[in-house]
Design a protein around this ligand. Structure first.
Ligand code: NAD
Length: 689
């Protein structure tokens, strides 16, 4: 039974029992409807109390039904029946009440939540709108402004906030017991929400919500549609507005955006160790982190938050002090944001040792190296770790570009080493590339995947290549951008075109933030192996030579007066024109569409090579990397999902056209050609063994 009911005194107790999170699929909807009928035929019931078994009240619709046609009874009808029932229903929520779960609460006459409950209507994050009355009942309960905020952003609220805004009537440790003890005389006479007048119209609030959604969820359809619907609650009769809501929900379900968001939602949840890994992970209790700079400090903090003790190793006493200060700053910021209590901080500090003495790491099960990006430094560090740690400890490097196989070759047992590539800030960014070297053992990899789970990160397995999955695509993206810059555009046109595509910022602003010296050092390193016939754009090197290192020095591709926001720097145009003149380039204009097409094609082609070489597998892993590590718009489903919506044939045709201009840079990937030939999508591509 996915819904159970029983009588206790004059109360009917209805329980959702569809583990793990009481998703409201067909059986639950039917069960709720049956429970309504049961309660109405049960003599003398004063109330029905609905609650959820297990860890949640109800987490929303059943994801397995998302792609099919809706099957009756539909949730709006079930909720109408609950709302109109002759016996008043009381919601007793705990855990999460999301989407349909929150709408179920709204259909009840009285709402109680346990203190830790999260209540929300996150439908827009899946490219749809609430489809069972949420856009109409919520504004009647909490007002237009608050409802706009909750529904257009899709962010859940905690029980105490929900109580303050009037969304729940009471917060209680045991919501069911509280519901049992309620004096029903006041509840009995409460009007149901659908019978209330709508909220007062508020154009300012609607405009404000539109502007926020445009900024934060640029390019996405669902938030604007959700705002339309909530606004309707102030002007249109409940039933008419409800019909519009349902129609909008059904239309949005099958849009490309909703499909893309569902794809990422499922890919994220499916990201775990591959089936062929046949080793048990090492249970990591204590880890060594080498280097307490940007990455090491963030990694150490992430480990500590997950309950893993950390020995942080630095070079000398100064390094130890810097590392302590770096972690202190991260904890201060977390504290200010209310994410780290004083108690928790004290616990973390007690589990952390910062030292320059490797002997302090003698008990570590795992070491993560995040020292300077130099082969020599890495080899020295692993030599020291090999001596200091137990012989069966797993070793990992956070290198961005260096050859994991070469690092491993310096070890007595190279099977102990893998890459664990975190992203900055390491305690926040969700992506973790787990890099498998030629010799890496299954045990090491299994430990990497287990760690990702404990850190709540999205793990993606990568083979060894220059830059692994993400940075390799990024390098090609930047190369294509620099080529456009040389041939006729400027950084702000390029940036704006990519923001329009859905990135939070374009490639040049992003480079200013991370520092131009890093990309420069990388190009220097690659110089020896670069194809001498490949076109090379030296503008970035000139920028570094002129000290334009980015935001940290106040000037890069943009200027940052007083360390503040970016302003366009017209001098860049002279610099670029000069370089183009030296290189005898005839510059021309590029439209925003041309810019986007080239930059996205360049990334897709590189990613297809990554698939063809077996570095990533399957294509959905590249979607995860681009969305969770590199700001590719989630609502486009990630790079490869987006490529499949363009279609492989169209991509190959576009590449062929560009190939005439530069046959090396635009040579179509073998994976794309194979897909075109076999008539399959990239998502179904498997390289030849
Ligand atoms: P960083 O310069 O901020 O920090 C490096 C730290 O390592 C310094 O504190 C230094 O004192 C310490 N160190 C150097 N040699 C050491 C040694 N032999 N033993 C112990 N400590 C030593 O650098 P970072 O940005 O944190 O990068 C560290 C590593 O992570 C690099 O390999 C980098 O490529 C990689 N990485 C960086 C980023 C990023 O965005 N910054 C992202 C992913 C990976």
């Amino acid at each position: 039974m996915t819904v159970t009911w029983r009588r206790e005194g004059d109360a009917g107790l209805v329980e959702l029992a569809n583990p793990p999170v009481n998703a409201m699929g067909l059986a639950v909807r039917q069960g709720l409807l049956d429970a309504v009928r049961w309660a109405e035929n049960e003599p003398g019931l004063s109330r029905v109390i609905v609650s959820g078994q297990g860890r949640a009240f109800a987490a929303g619709g059943d994801a397995r039904e998302f792609d099919g046609d809706p099957v009756p009874p539909h949730l709006p009808d079930v909720l109408d029946a609950i709302e109109a029932s002759t016996v008043p229903w009381i919601a007793a929520a705990h855990g999460v009440a999301l989407g349909g779960g929150a709408e179920l609460m709204l259909a009840c006459r009285y709402r109680i939540a346990a203190p830790e409950t999260k209540i929300g209507l996150p439908e827009v994050t899946l490219g749809v709108v609430p489809g069972a009355g949420g856009t109409q009942r919520l504004p009647r309960l909490v007002g237009l402004d608050t409802a706009l905020d909750m529904i257009a952003n899709g962010k859940p609220v905690g029980a105490l906030d929900a109580q303050e805004m009037g969304l729940v009537d009471a917060v209680a440790d045991d919501p069911v017991a509280h519901a049992m003890s309620l004096d029903m005389t006041s509840v009995q006479d409460r009007p149901i929400l659908s019978a209330l007048d709508g909220p007062a119209p508020d154009d300012d609030a609607v405009q404000k919500a539109r502007a926020t959604a445009h900024k934060r969820m640029r390019g996405q359809i669902a938030p604007q549609k959700a705002i339309d619907l909530v606004a309707l609650s102030a002007t249109t009769a409940f039933r008419d507005a409800l019909a519009r809501e349902r129609q909008t929900f059904i239309e949005l379900r099958s849009t490309e955006q909703a499909k893309a968001l569902r794809h990422i939602f499922f890919a994220e949840r499916a990201a775990k160790a591959p089936g062929w890994l046949d080793a048990e992970p090492l249970k990591v209790e204590r880890a060594a982190v080498v280097g307490g700079g940007t990455m090491g400090a963030g990694i150490a903090y992430a480990l500590l938050l997950a309950g893993i003790g950390v020995t942080l190793l630095e070079t000398d006493a100064d390094g130890v002090e810097r590392a302590k200060a770096n972690i202190g700053r991260i904890m201060d910021a977390s504290g200010r944001r209310g994410l780290l209590s004083d108690d928790k901080r004290a616990g973390i500090e007690a589990a952390l040792t910062v030292t320059d003495d490797y002997r302090a790491a003698a008990k570590a099960d795992l070491a993560i190296e995040a020292a300077f990006e130099s082969m020599e430094v890495k080899k020295t560090v692993f030599g020291a770790l090999e001596k200091a740690l137990p012989a069966d400890a797993v070793l990992a490097t956070n290198t961005s570009y260096l050859d994991v196989n070469e690092i491993a070759a310096g070890l007595a047992d190279p099977s102990r080493l893998m890459g664990l590539h975190f992203f900055a800030p390491a305690h926040i960014m969700k992506l973790l590339e787990i890099v498998q070297g030629d010799a890496t053992s299954h045990r090491a990899l299994a430990t990497g995947f287990d760690l990702a789970k404990r850190l709540r990160k999205v793990p993606v397995l990568s083979g060894v290549c220059d830059g692994f999955i993400g940075n390799r695509i990024l390098a090609r993206y930047r190369e294509a951008a620099d080529t456009l810059l040389m041939d006729g555009t400027n950084p702000w046109e390029l940036d704006e075109a990519m923001v329009e595509f859905g990135y939070a910022m374009g490639p040049y602003e992003a480079q200013d933030l991370s520092g131009l010296d890093i990309a420069h050092a990388n190009r220097q390193r690659q110089a020896a192996t670069r194809d001498p016939d490949r076109r090379y754009i030296p503008i970035g090197d000139r920028m570094v030579a002129e000290g334009r290192l980015g935001k940290k020095v106040g000037v890069g591709w943009y200027r940052y007066p007083g360390g503040g926001g970016k302003v366009v720097d017209p001098l860049i145009e002279d610099l670029v024109r000069e370089e183009a003149h030296f290189a005898k380039v005839e510059r021309r204009e590029f439209t925003d569409d041309e810019i986007r097409r080239r930059l996205v094609l360049a990334m897709i082609n590189e990613a297809a090579d990554i698939l063809a070489e077996g570095i990533a597998q399957p294509a959905a892993d590249i979607d995860l990397v681009t969305v969770f590590g590199y700001g590719f718009p989630r609502w486009r489903g990630g790079l490869m999902h987006y490529a499949d919506t363009l279609g492989v044939d169209a991509i190959v045709a576009d590449l062929r056209a560009l190939e005439a201009e530069d046959p090396i840079a635009w040579k179509p990937s073998a994976a794309l050609l194979a897909c075109a030939q076999q008539g399959i999508a990239l998502r179904d591509y498997r390289p030849n063994p």
